[in-house]
Design a protein around this ligand. Structure first.
Ligand code: 17E
Ligand code: FE2
Length: 413
């Protein structure tokens, strides 16, 4: 396959890209087609590495309204409603919805997804189903699974045993929910437990951390300390950390030193944080996001996740990371011209770093030929216009192809 004259990641000049046997084999100003080679004319179109969603919940996806809609819009009502829906889960129900959501994501250019899976279920129904989905989707989607203790590790019956069982069943990462544990002591103990288990089973860590507008929620400092002291560092992710948006600046100044030493990843979920956050405020009303701009400026790795596609925590979503990013840039005020132009990094390579798949990620000779081509000439225009995804190519195979719409505007005389 030869792709002609694409703009690779906003580059000033156009290039030709050759793909053979699922790999990038040449990138040059001009390459001549060889016999029987498929040629794609992409003159002046943007080529990016694939989108990455490092945080979604595929067990709960597409259940919005079941058994009721989340009318208050709080995290806690979401957990309560999911707790009811969870009683009715079946293997086929989970598989069907998860694959449907993954297909929506693939259609929007996602090739790497990390899903949390609620393991506060004595039968682990969702985990068993998603382990099968991970295998079935392998030819078109890299799916990682996180054992997520939605109702707590120490605050849920047999919480530790369920986490251990999930580790043995082959999850990629271990989660936690320190802000939802009954006490601060449980919160700290739950993180120690998770790091011990992660070391034993050689797993990544990705904890829902301080997802609450409470400045006293300080799971992050424990998570970062453990990441540093165990050496797990970049294998650890702090998801949400929305309480950071409520911390005082003196504390953040002290905390930032630790965060940099620990070199952990952060995932903000702008659509959900804006929707669930600030729900207990009248006015002034908080935005409910972590300090994305400041973490980014300090050189920490921050990615954006989708979190929910139509479930008890968020009524909307269709797998489009451009919506996630668009909200994220507004909510965090990362909207200088250059900032917008470079902002695809929040939904591409920074997510790949979070998922620890960076070695084989990116448009470089020798790496797997995974890439997207958009119907616009740079990222600013792609995002602003929600430009069509002309191609999503996975290991040299065309996974998604879009015929551009042709809209005519007939102005009145
Ligand atoms: N569960 C949770 O604790 N927090 C979330 N944002 C979602 C599920 C989606
Ligand atoms: Fe989440």
């Amino acid at each position: 396959m030869l792709i002609k004259q694409v703009v690779i990641e906003n580059a000033a000049k156009r290039q030709d890209v050759r793909v053979t046997n699922g790999k990038f084999v040449a990138i040059a100003d001009s390459l001549t087609p060889i016999a029987d080679e498929q040629v794609i004319d992409a003159t002046g179109k943007l080529m990016l590495p694939p989108f990455v969603d490092p945080h979604v919940h595929l067990d709960a996806t597409l259940t919005a309204g079941q058994p009721e809609w989340n009318e208050s819009g709080t995290l806690f009502d979401g957990i309560r409603i999911w707790g009811e829906r969870k009683q009715t889960l079946s293997h086929e129900d989970v598989k069907k919805r998860a694959i449907q959501a993954l297909k929506l994501q693939a259609a929007h250019g996602l090739q790497f997804v990390r899903s949390h899976v609620d393991v506060t279920d004595p039968d682990l129904v969702a985990l068993k189903a998603l382990l099968e989905v991970r295998e079935e989707a392998k030819p078109w989607m890299t799916l990682q699974l996180v054992a997520f203790p939605q109702e707590g590790i120490l605050s849920f019956p047999n919480g530790k045993e369920l986490m251990t069982q999930a580790a043995e069943m082959g999850v990629d990462a271990l989660g936690a929910i320190p802000h939802f544990e009954f006490t601060r002591e449980y919160s700290v103990d739950s993180l120690h437990f998770v790091f011990d288990l992660a070391k034993k089973y050689h797993l990544l860590v990705d904890a829902h951390t301080d997802e609450i507008d409470d400045p006293a929620s300080r799971g992050l400092e424990t998570l970062a300390t453990l990441a540093l002291e165990t050496g797990l560092k970049e294998r650890v992710t702090a998801s949400h950390t929305t309480a950071m948006g409520s911390y005082n600046d003196a504390y953040v100044s002290k905390l930032m030193r630790l965060l940099k030493m620990a070199d952990i990843n952060f995932v903000a979920n702008p659509l959900i944080n804006m929707y669930l956050g600030g729900r207990f405020d009248t006015y002034p009303k908080r935005r409910g996001l972590t300090r994305v701009k400041e973490l980014d400026q300090e050189g920490l790795n921050v990615a954006f996740g989708e979190d929910d596609i139509q479930d008890p925590w968020y009524p909307m979503g269709n797998g489009n990371m451009m919506d996630v990013l668009h909200m994220g840039l507004h909510a965090t005020q990362i909207m200088g011209y250059t900032e917008i132009m470079n902002s695809y990094r929040f939904i591409t390579k920074q997510g790949a770093r979070t998922m620890q798949v960076i070695d084989n990620y990116g448009i470089e000779v020798g790496k797997s030929a995974n890439f997207l081509i958009f119907n616009a000439d740079n990222w600013y225009n792609t995002l602003n216009e929600r430009a069509e995804l002309l191609y999503s190519v996975h290991e040299g195979h065309i996974l998604v192809e879009t015929e551009p719409a042709n809209t005519q505007v007939h102005l009145p005389k």
